[in-house]
Design a protein around this ligand. Structure first.
Ligand code: GUN
Ligand code: FE
Length: 425
């Protein structure tokens, strides 16, 4: 029996489905070689020989999934909140991302990012880097070193970008992207490359064609942005007159689900037709409520996503969002859904705690495989939280304590983290 086989005792919480949250005080979570064998009130006989790690009185939850975060933007989180998307990109984001051409700067910045992500409750993430390959590889090395599970993407952008942050040509972009993919092969434990066309406005048809070729050659997943802001959506209409809608512009190149694992951030203003294509193609949505508020993009119709049965998880979208905390993303998703309900559509009921927690765990986790729950067969990704500093005079159930955490958590409560049964800290 190896080191990844043990039992965790604690107040164990996880989602069974989007409406069912299990919260069991003083239970036992069995991990065999990095995989969950389930949660029990008493230790089953067959596991009685295993070491028990006692986290009595602490909450134990599945690691959280962040389906959309920009590593190079962590440096300016909380700054530059006075613009909408396109102006924000031009004024703050592109100048900052251009600095990652300098490996010394990249090292300094990515060390801070990797350390923050390691100490957060996030165990799985879809990460954008910049278009620079050496800095992207450095980022992947650091995320691997931190023990996290992640898809990391070198960004592709070859048009409508400033001259200081643009690929030389579509051919050169394709060549460097393919070389980068090869260099990542068998290099990491749980870090994988993901194709990352930044968004339609910055990717020429030629480049999209090359990206599809690389996708097919290496069977890679895809991440990008979709229907985030009004000005962006209008621009895509002008740039792609042949596309029926924004998502169709990705689909025409075979970079929108249909067997290609794809995650699109935002979908704030997707049409019904676009949502139906997302569903048909099995595309995941990264719902990023704080970014949508900070950049004044709007409020995504997350109740509709759920009612239509779309695959949806949460994203921090740092630095559109100011924090990497997926607890905050859960609270923001609930807040935003209430505003949408009260101000825009009384038929779209606000999100419940169960739904927000599901999106942050099992919903988003699905993008990474059997991730985001403690049901048997899932990767043993667990976060141990000591919430004793959040004081209360009355008795609270494990479920109430979890609910409170969504609103009150801060990093200091996160005490231990396990990924695939490996203790990260
Ligand atoms: N669309 C294209 N690039 C970006 C980015 O960096 N952040 C967000 N939020 N949207 C984008
Ligand atoms: Fe983004």
């Amino acid at each position: 029996m190896n080191n990844n086989s043990f039992i965790i005792k604690g107040d164990i919480c996880y989602s069974k489905d989007i409406n069912t949250l299990i919260a069991s005080a003083d239970h036992y979570l069995v991990s065999i070689e990095g995989e969950s064998k389930g949660v029990y009130k008493e230790i089953p006989k067959e596991y009685s020989h295993l070491r028990v790690i006692d986290y009595c009185g602490k909450l134990v939850i599945p690691g959280l999934a962040d389906l959309h975060i920009h590593a190079p933007q962590y440096s300016f989180r909380g700054l530059g909140m006075d613009k909408e998307l396109l102006d924000w990109l031009e004024k703050y984001t592109f100048p900052e991302e251009s600095k990652y051409n300098d490996l010394d700067y990249a090292r300094k910045a990515y060390e801070i990012f990797a350390d923050a992500l390691k100490k957060s409750a996030t165990t799985s993430a879809c990460i954008f880097s910049t278009l620079h390959v050496p800095a992207t590889e450095l980022l992947m090395d650091m995320i691997d070193e931190a023990g996290l599970r992640a898809y990391v993407g070198k960004v592709n952008m070859d048009r409508n970008s400033p001259e200081y942050l643009i690929e030389e040509s579509p051919e050169k972009a394709a060549k460097t992207t393919a070389e980068w993919i090869l260099s990542c092969k068998n290099r990491y434990k749980r870090v994988y490359p993901i194709l990352t066309p930044r968004f339609i406005p910055t990717c020429s048809d030629e480049l999209m064609g090359y990206i599809k070729e690389i996708q097919k050659s290496y069977d890679l997943p895809v991440q990008s942005h979709l229907s985030e802001a009004y000005g962006e959506i209008q621009w895509v209409k002008e740039l792609c007159p042949k596309a029926r809608f924004y998502g169709d512009a990705y689909d025409q190149f075979g970079l929108f689900g249909r067997g290609v694992k794809t995650v699109m951030a935002h979908c704030v203003s997707s049409s019904h037709e676009e949502l139906m294509r997302i569903k048909e193609n099995g595309v995941y949505i990264a719902h990023c409520p704080q970014s949508n508020i900070n950049l004044a993009s709007g409020i995504a119709p997350v109740r509709t996503f759920i009612q239509e049965g779309l695959k949806v998880g949460l994203g921090s979208d740092v630095a559109g969002g100011s924090t990497e905390s997926i607890f905050t993303a859960m609270a923001d998703a609930i807040h935003a859904s209430k505003l949408r309900w009260v101000l825009i559509d009384k038929n779209q009921e606000p999100l419940t705690t169960e739904e927000a927690f599901y999106m942050a765990t099992k919903g988003g986790g699905e993008f990474f495989g059997m991730v985001g729950s403690f049901e048997p067969g899932y990767e043993l990704d667990a976060v141990v939280i000591d919430d004793s500093s959040i004081r209360h005079p009355q008795p609270l159930s494990a479920k109430e304590r979890l609910e409170r955490l969504i609103y009150l958590s801060d990093r200091s409560t996160i005490e231990h983290k396990f990924i695939s049964g490996e203790q990260i800290f």
